[in-house]
Design a protein around this ligand. Sequence first.
Ligand code: NDP
Length: 304
Amino acid sequence: MRTVGPEEITVAIEAAGVNFIDLHRRSGALDDGSAFPRGLGMEGAGRVVECGSQVESLAIGDRVAFVDSSTGSYAGHAVVRASRAIRLPDDVPSEVAAGVMFKGLTAEYLTHRCVPLAPGDFVVWHAAAGGVGSIATSWLVARGVHVIGLASTVAKRRQVLEAGCMAALDAEAPGTVGSIHELTDGKGAHVVFDSVGKETVELSLASLRPRGHLVLFGNASGDVTDFNLSRLGQMGSLHVTRPSLKHYIGDDAELTHAAARVLQAMSSGAIRLPRITHYPLALAAQTHCVMQYRQTQGSLILVP
Ligand code: NDP
């Protein structure tokens, strides 16, 4: 572990969140320009054990969560910029923070700041039983949005319904686009949130109403390439965006505001806490396998 800089803290990690994006960084599918060797893991939670000389916002002993791509959170300790750490309230255990913060911040910007959404709107959410999906769908339901969740197994679809979605469908079953149109008064969804990408983009576009929005925020099945933009006009003047969390929390003040919103939504019950499965840190490789083979529901965390 490197030594702490003037504006940095050292965190003794009590839990690290596992995110699908970690698989992309490990495989090289996501080239963020950082050099090897590098650590894995972009979020963690634990206790501050060391503060740089210029850190005033935090003290040794404070409990924090952090979201930082420059550090590796699959570790016993991490050095992070103090301005990227989020102080945790006493009633949010580190295991919960590590299972919710990165995914909750993603859900926050997607559902509140990325596209226009109002109570009564219809939304389709892919991988709705996953980490981001389970947090985001419950938050939308709490706001009065009608959510159709897509998930690949019966057990996952049961969880989607328990979260309050109006319907749970299998994206790979025949007739899913028709079912979505039937459930949305024959018009289609206002917004589709698609993190699967290559295999589902056509279903997503066909599920939208005229002037609807496709939010393509992941590529679990591969990148969408060679798309003729003129088709958006032919399909109903559709909008498409490909957003990234880093552009919505890049500024420290923005991160602080978004994190406060996530913690507030947890405390008010607007976010239904996802199922959080604990693994020992030594089994990090196994968490990537189960995620890659679509065998997870909710969040996974690693405990050192
Ligand atoms: P999840 O817990 O949602 O796991 C991924 C899920 O994707 C799987 O469980 C599976 O659900 C579904 N899936 C569909 N096709 C595939 C496939 N070919 N391989 C693997 N999984 C597949 O992960 P996270 O909550 O960590 O992340 C959700 C998505 O959000 C990821 O794609 C991630 O990269 C993206 N993301 C994007 C961010 C952004 O700002 N753009 C920020 C954070 C995450 P099912 O079996 O039900 O289909």
